[in-house]
Design a binder for this molecule. Structure first.
Ligand code: HEM
Length: 473
């Protein structure tokens, strides 16, 4: 497998245009589920929405190129081989653009912009997200987590997805915006962050973008609330020049400070861009980590031996985890790696073909939506033994080096690989260790060793209302 650096910047020529010429039009592919395909084809979209993960699993079980249909989008082409992902994200990335709906939703933030504009934004932000840079947030992250876990007592029943949503929002607000959210308040902000996902509710896929559905209205209001908050914080920080990054406690102060000091091109850091950037980071940077933590504790609760090894490891720390402990948390790290394999929060990457593209003998016409199903790639038995089983120990040896490029890519890849991955991994590790030292969480759902109850929305989430029991250790 390519190292993360190679996966980011290129280095191998494999996976470039497959040289199959124009090929068969992809619209000739039958729609899944493959035989028996009972009922009229109009039911196809309903089936997709009814049990999305099951539909995706069946669709890709026999093929790497899959056609589905979505009202208002037409043919959507799924490409589920690591070589496909490599083409889409790295070698042929110019042929696949980001889908328009993200830009409509998030304006000019890093997640959505393209071309020169994207490169300039990435150049400004990248140094602030290196492993070294995000280490500075370690103590603040632990403090935010402890503010909440201190209140947990033996016998509490927690809806863990919600508990982690609160916690990861606390962390992103404190570290990125420099604003400490109240533990028992700031509901307006918390609701707004939650509703940022409403732009992408599955029912809206079927409707034209100009139609203001109730979900889209909630999204619009949520975005306005967060933009107003970002503007208020911007005003507070105005005028404080910073040249040495270690002088800033949070990312927004640093960006404003660099602008005031004239270190960075101020056009890149205009108020409007900074506001879009902050809303983008709130959106991209908390729900994904929430999902990772929730599924990690679900997997631990269902794998007692791994749970025990995890507790042994965190019990060896001298106190609450600090950045000096990170290298001693190998078991915790492998649990996170394996959780991101089985339950990648971004389970499907969307793009649009920017030109006619040939893939495995099929011609995908310009404008078709293309999906790369990361979850299916991570569960492909061609690359992983016993792929459905949670087994962190599989990462103990050389698996990472042996895997083909892009067979494991929870953070995407190529130049647009997740900029927040070091931040997310640091946060996940510190949060797990902080909790594990004092508590054991038991899942209160059916424990039949099967899959967790999952609700695939914009990100993968645990179904709402799933409770865990808190026991003190
Ligand atoms: C476990 C947690 C996370 C996962 C699984 C994850 C996953 C991803 C993936 C798959 C992409 C690529 C999207 C694409 O190519 O279309 C991405 C991009 C991005 N992520 Fe994350 N992410 C996580 C955490 C974070 C955090 C904590 C932040 C910010 C603090 C963040 C900010 C971003 C941004 C800004 C982009 C766009 C980068 C660009 O286009 O240059 N993410 N993320």
């Amino acid at each position: 497998m390519a190292t993360e650096h190679e996966q980011e910047t290129g280095g191998s020529s494999a996976g470039e245009s497959d040289g199959t010429g124009p090929g068969t039009d992809v619209s000739n592919l039958p729609l899944p589920p493959y035989p028996p395909n009972l009922g009229p084809s109009q039911l196809h979209f309903v089936r997709q929405m009814w049990d999305t993960l099951d539909f995706i699993e069946r669709a890709f079980a026999e093929r790497d190129v899959v056609r589905t249909r979505v009202p208002s989008q037409g043919d959507v082409i799924g490409l589920s081989h690591p070589d496909h992902m490599k083409r889409v994200l790295l070698t042929d990335r110019d042929q696949f653009r980001k889908s328009e709906d993200f830009r409509i939703a998030f304006g000019e933030g890093l997640l959505t912009v393209e071309g020169e504009e994207w490169q300039q934004q990435r150049d400004v932000l990248q140094p602030l997200f290196t492993r070294q840079s995000v280490m500075g947030y370690a103590d603040g992250m632990v403090e935010q987590v402890r503010r909440r876990t201190r209140r947990w007592t033996d016998g509490d029943r927690l809806v863990l997805q919600q508990a982690f949503t609160d916690m990861t929002l606390d962390v992103i607000f404190a570290t990125v915006l420099g604003r400490e959210l109240a533990v028992d308040g700031d509901e307006r902000i918390r609701d707004a962050a939650e509703h940022l996902h409403d732009w992408f509710v599955p029912t809206s896929y079927a409707l034209p973008e100009w139609l203001l559905t109730p979900a889209r209205y909630r999204f619009k209001k949520a975005k306005e609330t967060l933009e107003a908050e970002a503007s208020r914080l911007l005003d507070e920080k105005r005028g404080e020049a910073i040249t040495d990054p270690s002088e800033a406690d949070d990312l927004l102060s640093l960006l404003v400070g660099l602008r005031e000091a004239g270190v960075t091109d101020s056009a890149m850091l205009s108020d409007e861009r900074l506001r879009d950037q902050m809303v983008t980071i709130i959106f991209a940077g908390h729900d994904t980590t929430t999902t990772t933590l929730t599924f990690a504790f679900w997997a631990l609760a269902n794998n007692p031996e791994v749970y025990e090894r995890f507790h042994d490891e965190v019990d060896d720390l001298d106190g609450p985890p600090t950045m000096d402990d990170l290298d001693d948390l190998d078991v915790t790290e492998r649990i996170i790696t394996e959780t991101l394999r089985l339950f990648p929060p971004v389970y499907m990457l969307p793009r649009e073909a920017d030109t006619d593209v040939a893939v495995d003998g099929y011609r995908i016409p310009e404008g078709n939506v293309v999906h790369v199903p990361i979850r299916e790639i991570h569960r492909d038995e061609r690359f992983f033994d016993d792929p459905e089983t949670f087994r962190p120990a599989r990462w103990e040896d050389d698996l990472r080096q042996e895997l083909p490029d892009f067979a494991y890519a929870p953070f995407g890849g190529g130049p647009r690989i997740c900029i927040g991955r070091q931040f997310a991994l640091l946060e996940a590790k510190l949060t797990m260790a902080t909790i594990g030292r004092n508590y054991k969480l038991y899942w209160l759902g059916e424990n039949d060793g099967a899959e967790p109850p999952t609700s695939p929305q914009m990100t993968l989430r645990m179904e709402s209302g799933q409770e865990f029991l808190v026991t003190e250790r």
